[in-house]
Structures are given as C-alpha cells and as structure tokens.
Design a protein around this ligand. Structure first.
Ligand code: HEM
Length: 419
C-alpha cells in the first residue's frame, strides 16, 4: 500500500527524500479555505441548528448516492454546540466508527458511555498536573529549546517548519518512551497518520507501519514497565483484565492526531495572532502572566479544529430545531467560538477580553484529555520565542502570511526575523 502512488503523489512513507513537513504540506495541498468565518456567521445568524443541503454542497456526487445520502445537520451557535456536546446519550461519538475509527482501531474517541468513561479513566491520571510538571522539565523544554538552538543565531526562521510543526510529535514520542534513533521514522509515519483526512491511502499505510513498529515495544513494556505512557496502558486494569494490544495501539494512534497535530496548529495560530498584533506581543513579552489569557484567546479566535461530528440517537430538538434519529450532526466549534451572542467583535484577536469558556477543546464527556498538556507545551514555546528571539517580528519581506483551512486551521509558514 505504502509503495503505491497516492492521490497526493507521495509514494512511500519510508522514502527518506521526503522530509516530514514536505510530506504533510503535500498532503494538505488542496485545503485552501482562507476564511470560513463569514460563512459560519451567516449560517449561525440564519439558525442555531440547520439541515445541511448536501445536494447543493456536493452537486452530482450527492445525487449519485441516491437513497444512501445521509441526513446531516449542523450546529453553529454556542448554545447549540454546548447542548449537543454535553449530551453523549442523544449525540453519540459512534459517528466516527466508519471514518477515523477505521484508521485508528478502538479508541475512546469513538466510544459512548459507560464504556467511554471506563477506558478514559485508565489514562486520565497520566495527564494530570503532577505528571505534567515532570514532563515540562524533562521532556518539553529540552525538545523546544533544541529546535530553537538550531536557528537562534541566524536572525531569521520559519517558526512553523522549524519549531511548531516538528516539536509536538517529538513530545508524544517522548511520552511513549520511544528510542531516540527511531524518531525520524516515527515522525514520518505520524505525519502519514495525521494527513489521513487528505490522503486516506497514506493514513492506512501509516496505521500498519505504526502497528508493526509499536507492537514489540508494547510487549516489552508488559514484561519490563518503564516510566512512560505505554507502560501505564499495558498495566492499567479494567474490571480485572489488562488492555489487549489492539486497545493499547488504538490509544497510541489516537495520540498522534489528537495530541501532535492540534498542538502544532494551536501554537502556530497563537504566534500568528501575536505577530500580527505587535502591541499585544509586546504586552505579553513584558508581562508573562498574560500568557494563559493569550493562549485561550488564540484558541477561541482560531480553533485548530473547527468542527467535530456526532450521531443523533433519537428524535430530538436542539434550540427549537427538530433533529431526527440517525442524522449526523456537524458540531462547528469554530462557529460557536465566534458567536456574537457571547463575545463582542468575535473576529478580533484581543488577549484582553474577559475570559470565558470556549469550545476549542470541545465540552462534555469527550472534552480534550490533553488540554493541560497542550497548554503547558504552548507556554513553553511562547516563552522560548520571547526569551531567545529578541524583537521577533514577521519578516517584512514575506508576502501574504495567513492562516488557512476549513476544518483544520493553521498558517503554512511563519517567517520571522529577530535580533
Ligand atoms: C490545543 C491543542 C488541542 C486541541 C485544540 C484539542 C482539541 C480536542 C477536541 C476538540 C477533542 C474532542 C473530539 C471529539 O469529541 O470529537 C479532543 C479530544 C481528545 N484530545 Fe485533544 N486537543 C488538543 C491537544 C491534545 C493533546 C496534547 C493531547 C494528548 C497528548 C490530546 C488528547 C486528546 C484525547 C485523547 C481526546 C479524546 C478524548 C475522549 O474522547 O474522551 N489533545 N481534543
């Protein structure tokens, strides 16, 4: 599979002539939506929840599906999005079983209660603040500063390619306790997996490669536990039994898109927001206690993932709109985060706005498990940029630097100069 040309022209995940960023950039090729927010606003103003006209959206493709055309609704207001996400009984995560579930195997992302809660609790403690302090010191800071070391003396850099894109995969690899010499290969497979929405063939190929690579390591940790996530998973007990390899693998595969891609995007979006608003960047540089507010505003303003999905399990109603059993529901986090009923001038990036809960990490039973880790990683990155790149600013010679993507959003590059 991996050796056949894929739609994006990437021929093999093991071809060392591709560096991981090029592999990813190529897979992302056609996602050129620059600003989905005017459309989100129009839809949200029309109705908090509405039926999606698939024929209008997909044209002939939809007609070809005939009676198999799914019924799809979309939730755009903050109130509608929180109501759907809060209620895992009416709105099931089983929606993912036939898409991302095929690539990842059994994961908490596709489970409903009570199964979901049981599996989630097995890993939850590993992501609590005590573990985070140790990881910040032993893992995240050395990785981030290692990347900054490579360009700090140069006076210019592309912060996406040289920092925000690579570092989160290496953090995940560190959490898993993978040997250093395997990291370049692991990075390429991770990129194959996280590009699955744009290149399904490479996503499947990466799934297989990761399974072949990780299975012996899982077996080793069963016999000789270490201080890493694989050991936590292999020794966690669920009703007296231990997780089998498939469930451990499913969880490990989930960590790549859930933990690496989102963090790359959110830290890039925050840096973009600050670099394009130099007075706010300066305020944060002078007063680091503003970092948490800046991070939350970055996540609200440009959520790295603008939408997630649920399956409606019963005839119901949300914000006065009827949704039939069996309908798919698009939960548009990006639209909820720009709801003018909740935020004044929502399209404006303003780290000084009063703090309020946003939807970038979702809500309810599936609320992001890694959000404290993501926050810690972003804080380390921002401090490293502010401490080590004096007077950092967007390269005035660079044209048209912008955030792009309809569902997954980030800038493709962040050329900066400093010193
Ligand atoms: C800023 C960065 C991040 C954002 C914006 C983000 C966003 C999200 C969202 C929206 C969900 C809900 C998905 C759904 O229900 O359909 C989610 C779930 C999840 N996230 Fe994150 N995430 C981030 C970072 C991380 C990190 C660093 C990790 C771990 C290494 C992580 C692990 C997970 C896991 C395991 C789930 C599944 C939780 C469940 O189903 O119960 N995430 N994340």
């Amino acid at each position: 599979m991996a050796d056949q040309a894929t739609p994006t022209g990437v021929t093999s995940l093991d071809d060392e002539s591709w560096d991981p960023f090029e592999l990813f950039d190529r897979a992302m090729g056609s996602d050129t939506c620059r600003d989905p927010y005017p459309e989100f606003a129009e839809l949200r103003r029309a109705a908090p929840v509405q039926k999606v006209d698939l024929v209008k959206l997909m044209g002939e493709g939809a007609k070809a599906l005939g009676d198999n055309l799914p019924t799809v609704y979309a939730a755009h207001s903050y109130a509608a999005v929180s109501e759907v996400l809060r209620d895992g009984k009416r709105f099931s995560s089983g929606a993912y079983k036939d898409s991302i579930g095929l690539v990842m195997g059994p994961t908490i992302l596709v489970m409903d209660e009570p199964e979901h809660g049981r599996y989630r609790s097995l890993i939850q403690t590993a992501f609590r603040s005590k573990a985070l302090q140790k990881w910040e010191h032993d893992l995240v800071r050395p990785i981030v500063h290692g990347y900054v070391d490579a360009f700090a003396g140069r006076g210019s850099a592309d912060l996406v390619r040289e920092l925000t894109f690579p570092f989160p995969v290496y953090v995940i690899a560190g959490l898993l306790g993978l040997p250093k010499e395997d990291l370049p290969r692991f990075h390429r497979w991770a990129v194959g997996l996280i590009s699955v929405a744009f290149d399904f063939a490479n996503g499947l190929a990466a799934t297989k490669k990761l399974a072949d690579y990780l299975t012996p390591i899982i077996e080793d940790r069963r016999a000789h536990p270490k201080d890493d996530i694989i050991s936590v998973l292999t020794h966690a007990e669920l009703e007296g039994t231990r997780l089998d390899n498939e469930h451990v693998l499913g969880f490990l595969r989930l960590l790549l898109p859930a933990g690496a891609e989102t963090t790359y995007r959110s830290s890039s979006n925050l840096l973009f927001g600050l670099l394009t608003h130099p007075e706010q960047l300066e305020a944060v540089r002078r007063d680091r206690s503003l970092i948490p507010r800046a991070m939350e505003e970055g996540l609200r303003w440009e959520a790295p993932l603008t939408g997630i999905g649920r399956l409606c399990t019963q005839d119901t109603e949300v914000c006065g709109v009827k949704i039939p059993k069996g309908a798919m529901v698009q939960v548009v986090l990006g639209a909820a985060n720009h709801d003018e009923a909740r935020w004044e001038e929502p399209t404006k990036f303003d780290i000084f706005r009063p703090p309020k809960q946003h939807m970038a990490f979702a809500f309810g039973p599936h609320r992001c498990l890694g959000m404290d880790l993501a926050r810690m990683e972003t804080e380390v990155v921002l401090n490293a940029v502010l401490d080590r790149l004096p007077n950092v600013r967007l390269d005035p010679a660079a044209e048209d630097v912008h955030i792009t993507g309809r569902i997954f959003r980030a800038p493709r590059r962040l050329p900066v100069v400093f010193g």
